[in-house]
Each structure stands twice: as structure tokens, then as C-alpha cells.
Write a protein that binds this ligand. Sequence first.
Ligand SMILES: O=C(O)c1cc(=O)[nH]c(=O)n1[C@@H]1O[C@H](COP(=O)(O)O)[C@@H](O)[C@H]1O
Length: 285
Amino acid sequence: MIIDKLYQSVIEKGPVCVGLDTRLEYIPEYILNSTKSIQDKIFEFNKSIIDATFDVCSCYKLQIACYEALGIEGLMAYSKTLKYIKDIKGISIGDIKRGDISSTAKMYAKAHFEGDFECDFITVSPYMGVDAVSPYFEYVKNKDKGLFVLIKTSNESSNDFQELKVNDEKLYVKVGQKVTSWGSEYIGESGFSCIGGVIGGTHFDEMINIKNRFNNMFFLIPGYGEQGGSAKDIAHLLGKNMSGVVNSSRGIITAHKGKEEGVNFSEFSRREVINMREDILKWLR
Ligand SMILES: O=C(O)c1cc(=O)[nH]c(=O)n1[C@@H]1O[C@H](COP(=O)(O)O)[C@@H](O)[C@H]1O
């Protein structure tokens, strides 16, 4: 199952998930000033970072908004990057945060688990309930795909709804319970389900609560780096069972900015991934 492949990758290479939230302003001058098309510039940037980090990170997450914002050229680069990750037997997360009625969700599932935008995992919003999420389950069951469902997000306003009490329980806990039950049919040899949860690495108390209640859930943990998530707190959420991947996007892919605009720029990303890995893993020893 795809979750076992991801877990194995975490064990072998560490929990860092490189976030390819690529923007033109991050691309070094030697690529940006070339005569290549926009899609080729973005792809060259991504490929260089992927090649420089492949042996030290567990997976790659592509934030689709960054590519959509550049129109057709951006989406071509999104597709090419996903295909490249697949070709080198890497693991990709399409950060698309979809959530819509079931007939539409079926189309989203086809769009992102097959064809030009095929990836291994996608992020989904649970807000509309199980019939908006269940169309993806068919791909989890039959096509070796996985989901990360938003449970407690990293942003400040996540309190607006996720912290509301519903029958004496916070809403995000209720969502976590649902995600656990949805995932119970898709548990791999690692003991983790192909349906995991997104937990922001920025709210300490909630991370403790989630770890205590959902010890066997596999997490996608964004918030390290630019958003200030602490390595110590995130390590607690990961735990000794290494139950997750930790994303950093800007912190990794802009590491060269102000230092290197030439062909060695991605070495800065590599160094950042290695430092981040050490920063987190030292709390687990
Ligand atoms: O689902 C996500 O990945 C996500 C959930 C969340 O709660 N917070 C969050 O920041 N993200 C994503 O994680 C990435 C964080 O980027 P950086 O802040 O640059 O590391 C972005 O792609 C966000 O869209």
C-alpha cells in the first residue's frame, strides 16, 4: 500500500517532505534569464531541488495554487514535476485541498489520481461530510492512492471552526475520529492507514491532544520553517513510531536566496533539508 511505501521512505530517509510551492521569484537568475519557456524554467528549478534532496527526504508536496496562478504554463510544470517524481520512484502529494459534492469529487479524484496530474496522495477538506470524501476511497482501495484529510490546520484562524465544541468535544477531534473510522479499511503492513490527517505543526496543546488520541494515525505536518513550528513540538507529534511527514516549503526552496543565483543553488535546499531533519530527529533520540 502507498502508506507503507511512504512509511518506509520516512524510516530510510527521514520525515522531511519538501514543499514545491514554486514561484517565479524563487527561481535563480541563471534559469530565469534563460530563453526557456515558463514551464521549462519552473520544471528545471523543481528538478534541480528534487535531484539535490531525493536521498534525504521522504516525499514531495506540490501546492497546486502556485502552479494554477501561472495558468497553463504553470499546470504543465505541475504535471511534468509529478511525472518526474514518479519516474524516479519518488512519492508525491498533490496539495489540492478539494472538498465538494460526490459527483464533483468523482471528477476531482479522476483528475488527480489518473492522467496528467496523477499523484500518490492528495489533501482533502472534510467539511462537506463523508459523501464528499468517499469518491476518493475507490482509488485508495484499487489504485494504491492515499489521502490526507484536514483535521487541525496550522493557520491562526484554524480556531474559528476547528476549536468549536460539539457535544463537549472540539470539532477537530470529531473530525479526527471520522478520519480514523474512514481509514480503518485501508490499513497497511506498517499499521498506518492510507487515509491520514493534516495537523499543523504550530499549535502545541492540540498536537499533544491529537497524539494522545490518534497515536496510530499517519500525519502530514506543515508549519515548520516560515510558519515557526517548533522542531521539539513536531517531534512529539511524530513520536517514536515516526507517524508522519513534516513539510517545509519556503524554508527549503528559497534557502539559496541572497546567497547563490547559479547552478549550485539547490545545494542550499539540500543543506536545509539535512539541517531540518537533524533539528527534528534529535528530539527523538
Ligand atoms: O495541507 C497543507 O499542506 C497545509 C495545511 C495547513 O494547515 N497549513 C499549511 O501551511 N499547509 C500547506 O503547507 C505549505 C506550507 O508552506 P511554508 O509555510 O512555506 O512551509 C503550504 O503549501 C500550505 O498550503
